[in-house]
Ligand binder design. Structure first.
Ligand SMILES: Cc1ncc(C[n+]2csc(CCOP(=O)(O)OP(=O)(O)O)c2C)c(N)n1
Ligand SMILES: CC(=O)[C@@H](O)[C@H](O)COP(=O)(O)O
Ligand SMILES: [Mg+2]
Length: 640
């Protein structure tokens, strides 16, 4: 990190906290918005991060902090990927250059960081429920402050948001929801709510209702003059009654909008009115994703979450440099297309992460067999169960941490019925800079206890291909977990090869210790074994491949041949792969063995690069070497 003093532009330089904003006039606020955009673009071009959403929310952020008395009034961001301007004006400008880096500030609102961050976020659609709880607590404590939830149109489509609307519309308390509508999720937003919002924005709702009334009147056969006259008048008065946002009005909210989310004066005036309203209010604000940076406006999807780039051109800093190997995501996407060409029963499901999960090629080639359900992981899984009941083979591609949302659906709707649904868990293990909200460190633990479910993790790209091939043909639920980023450089075979379910492989022989690795830890274990050999320690390396079912005969052989066994996984230790091995030994009375487990101890891992985190938790080559060395020296072993 470079701690050099930074200059932010003339207005941002003197505005450290929202109190300062409350003294600014419209012209100064506009200048501040420019300073904020420049700082956000410059910083994210170096650190990477969520650019387009943050640029789109600059004026909204300023307006909210100007009108509401933060931090006494509570602002609750949804997802939090749009909150960079909020961070910059709430005392963190001097640390903003550390965004998403080890020891630096988080990419999402975080209570540990600032009293202005009211609720920790990263996953979508929590804001309305969290705000509702805060409101109830306020009233129980007889305190007096305003509560504002700011949620995007994509996040509004999730079931959790509707649960929050259902609750708060009925409670009739003065919750303010600001719907930041840019017609985009990461990709263009999907679903009926999205169409509805679009029709509100363009005034189509009113036009449609008028057309429906006219069509209805035409269906009445002999309409007398009087009735016609009456109905004309009825239509006029109905027109007056029809407000945009009637859906929200019907749910108990006062609807305000649609407002231009980039006109500061307009936003501020309206929010000042809203501040004094009673009961639940929904303020519909229209913004543009990427606003103010031409490249992000033109390509909001690429600039949603982006790595370092050249600010002058928008080009990625990695452009032209060939990546070490294709990503697991790409291999998954290509393999699925290949398999789907052969098998028309294969269908693919994403929950608003088409590009992120590598399903774009599938969507292009098989549009009828591709389903983007929006940010609706629970619906996506039960929807897959429905498809499977009718003979389809659904492949549900969801990031590991987002699948946590759909636990009951996996268990109750898929596995209890033993349906052949394949879960492709991208971003398992450490994801890096997104941090604790996004690491996929729990899946082995939360999946392995579910009956009927096969759980596997490939050591490389070729094994991912084989696993996917085996999964779509095995006729029962399967979860395959694989990491974010490039593979190790083992290209998939031309023809996929099936794996025997529940069979691991011995990759290198040894006599002193057996290292049992799974998924991303297999190659580090192999490299560690080479280094250990130089130290005179002979370590066997086993690729377990399956966390469930475990390879029982392999484990029995190992227990007979080795006194020392080390398990390594990029997952929490509690209930994970190593736990499964220990349970197996205990159940089979294989007790005369010393087993150590490497993995993530009982804490939330923070944000840093994947390499830094693997090093920190000792699951890389270095950590394995030092743990094995300590075991062989019979020292008390501390995980690095
Ligand atoms: C439960 C969950 N699923 C998926 C995501 C990934 N995700 C992050 S932002 C986003 C799009 C959100 O759209 P919207 O709320 O409209 O915000 P915008 O990006 O348009 O500013 C998605 C799908 C997530 N964070 N949480
Ligand atoms: C905010 C959010 O949840 C997503 O944008 C997420 O950060 C995407 O992660 P990847 O960059 O790994 O696709
Ligand atoms: Mg949006």
């Amino acid at each position: 990190m470079n701690p050099a003093k930074r200059s932010f532009g003339s207005v941002l330089n003197r505005i450290l906290y929202p109190e300062g904003i409350r003294t600014l006039n419209n012209e100064e606020l506009t200048a501040l918005a420019e300073d904020l955009r420049a700082t956000i673009i410059e910083t994210v071009s170096r650190t990477g991060g969520h650019l387009a959403s943050s640029l789109g929310a600059v004026e909204l952020t300023l307006a909210v902090h100007k009108v509401f008395n933060t931090p006494q009034d509570k602002i609750i961001w949804d997802v939090g990927h749009q909150a960079y301007a909020h961070k910059l004006i709430t005392g963190r400008a001097d640390r903003f250059f550390t965004l998403r880096q080890k020891g630096g500030i988080s990419g999402f609102p975080k209570r540990e960081e600032s009293p202005y961050d009211v609720f920790n976020v990263g996953h979508s659609s929590t804001s309305i429920s969290a705000a509702s709880g805060i409101l109830e607590a306020r009233d129980l404590k007889k305190e007096d402050f305003k509560v504002v939830a700011i949620i995007g149109d994509g996040s509004m489509t999730a079931g959790l948001s509707f649960e929050g609307l259902n609750w708060s519309g009925d409670r009739k308390k003065d919750l303010i929801i600001i719907l930041n509508d840019n017609e985009m999720s990461i990709s263009p937003n999907v679903g009926a709510l999205s169409s509805y919002l679009n029709s509100v924005m363009t005034g189509q709702t009113v036009k449609k209702i008028r057309k429906d009334i006219k069509n209805f009147l035409k269906t009445i056969p002999s309409i007398g003059e009087q009735v016609l006259e009456f109905s004309k008048r009825a239509e006029e008065s109905l027109k007056a009654l029809i407000v945009p946002g009637a859906l929200f009005e019907d749910l108990g909210f006062t609807y305000v909008g649609p407002l231009d989310g980039h006109r500061l004066d307009h936003l501020i005036r309206n929010l000042e009115n809203v501040r004094n309203m009673e009961g639940p209010v929904l303020v519909h604000v229209i913004t543009r994703k990427g606003k103010g940076y031409e490249f992000a406006e033109a390509e909001p999807l690429r600039f949603h979450g982006i790595g370092p780039f050249y600010p002058e051109t928008g080009g990625a800093k990695t452009a032209g440099k060939s990546p070490a190997a294709p990503s697991y995501t790409q291999v998954f996407g290509q393999t699925l297309v290949q398999l789907a060409r052969e098998n028309p029963r294969i269908v693919a499901i994403t929950a608003a992460m088409c590009e992120g999960t590598g399903l774009n090629a599938f969507a292009g080639e098989f549009p009828d067999r591709f389903f983007d359900v929006g940010i609706a992981e629970q619906h996506g899984v039960t929807f897959a169960a429905g498809l499977a009941v009718e003979g389809m083979i659904p492949v549900v591609a969801i990031y590991s941490s987002f699948l946590q949302r759909a636990y009951d659906q996996i268990l109750h709707d898929v596995c209890l019925q033993n349906l052949p649904v394949v879960f492709a868990l991208d971003r398992s293990g450490f994801v890096g800079e997104d941090g604790p909200t996004h690491h996929g460190l729990f899946d082995l633990a939360f999946l392995r206890s579910i009956p009927n479910l096969i759980v596997m993790a490939p050591k490389d790209e070729n094994e991912l291909q084989s696993m996917l091939f085996s999964a779509v043909s095995c006729g029962q639920p399967v979860a395959i977990r694989y990491p974010r980023g490039s593979g190790v450089g083992v290209p998939p075979d031309d023809e996929p090869r099936a794996l025997e379910i529940g069979k691991g492989e011995v990759l290198s022989e040894g006599t002193d210790i057996a290292i049992l690795a799974i998924g991303s830890t297999v190659y580090p274990a192999l490299r560690a074994a080479e280094r250990l050999r130089e130290e005179g320690i002979s370590a066997a390396v086993i690729n377990a491949r399956f966390v469930k079912p475990l390879d029982g005969s392999l484990l029995c052989n190992l227990a007979r041949s080795f006194k020392n066994i080390l398990t390594v996984e990029e997952n929490v230790l509690m209930g994970g792969f190593g736990s499964a091995v220990l349970e197996f030994f205990e159940e089979n009375n294989l007790r005369d063995i010393r087993v150590k487990r490497l993995g993530i101890r009982d804490e939330f891992a923070q944000h840093a690069t994947q390499a830094e985190l693997r090093n920190l938790y000792g699951i890389d080559e270095r950590g394995i070497v030092s743990t094995v060395s300590a075991m062989m020296a019979r020292k008390d072993i501390e995980t690095p």
